[in-house]
Design a protein around this ligand. Sequence first.
Ligand code: NAP
Length: 169
Amino acid sequence: MRLFLALEPPPALRARLGALADLAQAQCGGRRVPDESLHLTLAFLGEVETARAETLIEWLQGEAPQGGEWRLDRWGTFRRPGIVWVGGSTPDPALAALQARLWDGLEALGHGGPPTRFVPHITLLRRARRLSIEALPPVDLTWRWRRLTLLRSFTLDDGPRYEVLARSA
Ligand code: NAP
């Protein structure tokens, strides 16, 4: 199964992000990520066998991140997949430390190493027709995060879906 570890926005922030996704779609076209799927990926694991997924679930349930605040204040794009996202204009040390610590744990469990570059972002649109984010209004949101979620990603006819497998303590 295809797995990734992420932070899920609390409901009020999810709604604010959804409103930004609507604005972005009106401006850029493409496929809007549904509100219930909005997230920040910290570790993409790819295909994982069932037995290893069960070990991951137990491990995650024993994790208790300290939590932190992430300031979201910029729009960004990934050109090739036509992704429009929101994220932070400066590196966030708490998120970077969380990602590094997670990968230490994942590597100890036998999962591959972290990516060479970590760009924390929340994808709002995929396959955008125009990456014209300069016309979008300024973003200024704060995400108070704490719990981590292990999600399974799968594809239905109308697009990707995520299923929650476990959460940290
Ligand atoms: P996904 O590819 O499973 O990705 C889930 C999350 O992991 C997203 O936040 C994604 O970031 C991140 N991610 C994916 N690959 C990564 C990598 N190599 N390094 C770091 N982070 C990575 O699901 P999705 O993003 O919702 O879907 C994207 C496309 O994949 C869609 O076109 C969908 O149809 C397809 N898909 C394929 C499968 C499959 O089984 N082959 C399953 C699900 C989806 P971003 O938000 O930046 O992309």
